[in-house]
Design a protein around this ligand. Structure first.
Ligand code: NAD
Length: 500
């Protein structure tokens, strides 16, 4: 029988090191303590892919020192030249797209087709930001005084800290590193400890493309390293993607020393389906939105609020489609749609949410348990799961599961559907399926989210538009697009007197 270990491409295995290091001041170094942690394959957790330094405050301090030293020269380099280095790294990574995607499937578990899309998306984001090096424009303004020329320009902040999650282990580091560096900041990045290899490969590519020593530093590790980065008074900004719980902690610490924060956090994204919708299209998008990336997306469709008159038929169609199309298995196997969850904690958390839902009177109409058979019980696999009969006050309407669990709720008309959709603490993404333009616009006006979709899935976004949420989902400015530079730069107004 082919095992999960056999499925890892031999060429990839040969390329990936067994041991990785931090990058500090242009040198690859171990953690001060000598401690390491293991990056494991979630489809077969007994397999260790590589070890990484388990860093502490001393390692973070050395990285920040290096970044501070490198800042003046990097800031002085013309922005188009900074962009050109990023563009060179992107070109090199595009040629290795398959290898980068395979590395992600190995460490994070998502199916290879999705990993390819993610690498491409991460590279598109970096490419767009490399171009921003030529678009970092300011304004001129008429002065009140003759002989004074008044203008504004964007200035970099200094050393910025980036803290990233495991669920998009390539794209999130890519879309933060691009604008942070092109803006002229120097960087210390701490990738997620569950999937550090993808970020490591980006850092290596940027280093090889010619970033001067100290401009980009990577410090691997867990919360200890993350906390030390946020607590250091020498950083000027922190961009974080992860859980709302940690985001709130970071916000508190950063506020103490007036550090700018950008927080991209969880979601409880609703999809409203009205009776006049193209139900086939809606069903297809609900299935991909709920079960893509094993539901481990901040923008995953986790609630479907359906017009009561069509609910039974729509639930039946979604279940039928999910049964036909969502094949659960190892991400390296062609045709698989859903890989494993990231770790045992995520698996038991997901199980716990199903148990709570049952206790609250919700009904499982598909899945509901750990997946088994064909070697799946060795990894962190869970069945694609659908629950019906969820009410606005139930846990599944309120809390982020971050797994393949979809909740169905009923509403009597648009107004009630909007009320339910907005009745949560989160505000990242939402969707509505309807052919009624007035209903779509009413929803667009009232939906409390940063990303709104009409007849498109909640997971959809493009790298040249602002990305992020409101309420407990996002704080401190949008990522991606030109808006990314609003976070990574500060405006300076200059009054230049040239007259008598
Ligand atoms: P997490 O908050 O546990 O960890 C995220 C990162 O923060 C990791 O690098 C971790 O080591 C670090 N960290 C943990 N504790 C810290 C602390 N006290 N101080 C500083 N750093 C600390 O989140 P996770 O489980 O890795 O990711 C899942 C969460 O991320 C979900 O809630 C998901 O919705 C969210 N997410 C949001 C977006 C978005 O753009 N809105 C994108 C992807 C994921």
């Amino acid at each position: 029988m082919t095992t999960a270990v056999d499925l890892v491409p031999a060429a990839l295995r040969a390329k990936v090191s067994r041991e990785y290091h931090n990058l500090v001041d242009g040198r690859w170094v171990d953690s001060s303590s000598g401690r390491t942690f293991e990056d494991r394959n979630p489809a077969s957790p007994s397999e260790v892919i590589a070890t990484f330094p388990d860093s502490d405050a001393r390692d973070v301090a050395s990285a920040i020192l290096a970044a501070r030293k490198a800042f003046p020269a990097w800031m002085a380099k013309p922005a188009p030249e900074r962009g050109a280095i990023i563009a060179r790294a992107v070109a090199g990574m595009r040629e290795r797209l398959e290898e980068l995607a395979q590395a992600m499937t190995w460490e994070e578990g998502k199916v290879l087709a999705e990993a390819r899309v993610e690498v491409n998306r991460g590279l598109n984001a970096m490419e767009f930001q490399a171009g921003e090096g030529r678009r970092l424009t300011g304004q001129t303004a008429p002065s009140e005084v003759p002989g004074v020329f008044a203008y504004t320009q964007r200035r970099p902040l200094g050393v910025v800290g980036l803290i990233t999650p495991w669920n998009f282990p390539f794209a999130v580091p890519a879309w933060k590193l691009g604008p942070a560096l092109v803006a002229g900041n120097t960087v210390v990045i701490k990738p997620a400890e569950q999937a550090p290899l993808s970020a490591q490969l980006i850092v290596e590519a940027l280093h090889d493309a010619g970033l001067p020593p100290g401009v980009l530093n990577v410090v691997h590790g867990g919360p200890e390293a993350g906390k030390a980065l946020v607590a250091d008074t020498r950083i000027r900004a922190v961009s974080f993607t992860g859980s709302t719980e940690v985001g709130k902690l970071i916000n508190r610490t950063a506020a103490e020393h007036m550090v700018k924060v950008q927080l991209e956090m969880g979601g409880k994204n609703a999809c409203i389906v009205l009776a006049d919708a193209d139900l086939e299209r809606a069903a297809r998008d609900v299935v991909s939105g709920a079960f893509g990336s094993t539901g481990q997306r901040c923008t995953a469709t986790s609630r479907v609020i359906v017009d009561r008159r069509i609910k039974a038929a729509f639930v039946a169609r979604v279940v039928e489609l999910a049964r036909q199309t969502v094949k659960t298995g190892n991400g390296f196997v062609e045709g698989m749609v859903m890989g494993p969850l990231i770790d045992e904690r995520a698996l038991s958390r997901t199980e716990g949410y199903v148990a709570t839902a049952l206790a609250e009177g919700n009904t499982v109409v598909m899945g509901g348990t750990r997946a088994s058979g064909a070697g799946l019980d060795q990894g962190f696999f869970f069945e694609p799961t659908i629950l019906d009969g969820v009410r606005p006050q139930d846990t599944l309407n309120k809390e982020e599961v971050f797994g393949p669990v979809l909740a169905f709720l009923a509403a009597d008309g648009l107004a009630e559907a909007i009320e339910i959709a907005n009745s949560v603490d989160y505000g990242l993404s939402s969707a509505i399926y309807t052919r009624d333009v007035a209903a779509a616009f009413a929803y667009a006006r009232q939906s409390e989210v940063g990303l709104l979709h009409v007849n498109c899935p909640t997971i959809y976004s493009e790298v040249h538009l602002p990305f992020g949420g409101i309420k407990d989902s996002g704080f401190g400015g949008r990522e991606m697009g030109s808006t990314a530079m609003d976070f990574y730069t500060e405006w300076q107004a200059t009054y230049l007197g040239y007259g008598g």
